[in-house]
Design a protein around this ligand. Sequence first.
Ligand code: DX5
Ligand code: ZN
Length: 219
Amino acid sequence: MSTTYPPVIAPSVLAANHANLAEGMRTINASGVPWVHLDIMDGHFVPNLSFGPQVVADLRPLGTQYFDTHLMLDNPHKYVEAFAKAGSQNITVHVEPEYPIMETLDHIRALGCDAGICINPGTPVEALLPYLEKVQLVLLMSVQPGFGGQSFRREVLGKIATLDGWRKARGLSLRIEVDGGINADTGRECREAGADTFVCGTAFFKAPDKRAFVEAICG
Ligand code: DX5
Ligand code: ZN
């Protein structure tokens, strides 16, 4: 029997003011959402740089949210321990780079964290099949990773529905997360397709009423 998870918003601090991420955490605390999404970029796997384990460690005491960490790295296996020590609770790695994926997922679990696996828009959903029994979360990119503020790519809706079908058919306990261009409308569409976890950067931090924004997707 697959587990159904309550819908949740994960604000991405990539969209906050990087000269004042503490203020970003205060905004998230005030909104009452239980998750934070942390985008880690290496300038290789994606054409951008963000922040590392030290920033995660410094954000950790500023909130009680579940730290959902998205590693957009060519060599994620070299950094999972540092992020686990910094306070990450979920660590998600991509299938596209060349590295020992299975061993890395086992290592993430051995560090006491939940493990997530992620695919880019151009990667078929079947690429996830070898890893479904090993993870607590699957992240489907609805933009090409590297930047916030991009437009939502609708082809992810078919992937969500396929994955949700596998989840039900195999009785898998995993969350289906979408990331990129998620706002009240696209979030709702993804939820109707079967997703339960919604990364929101620009739309969350720009929303005049954060609680109404959350309600629009999760209500
Ligand atoms: C992009 C990141 C996303 C991004 C989402 O590579 O993985 O998490 O911050 O930002 P928005 O919601 O603005 O598309
Ligand atoms: Zn992300």
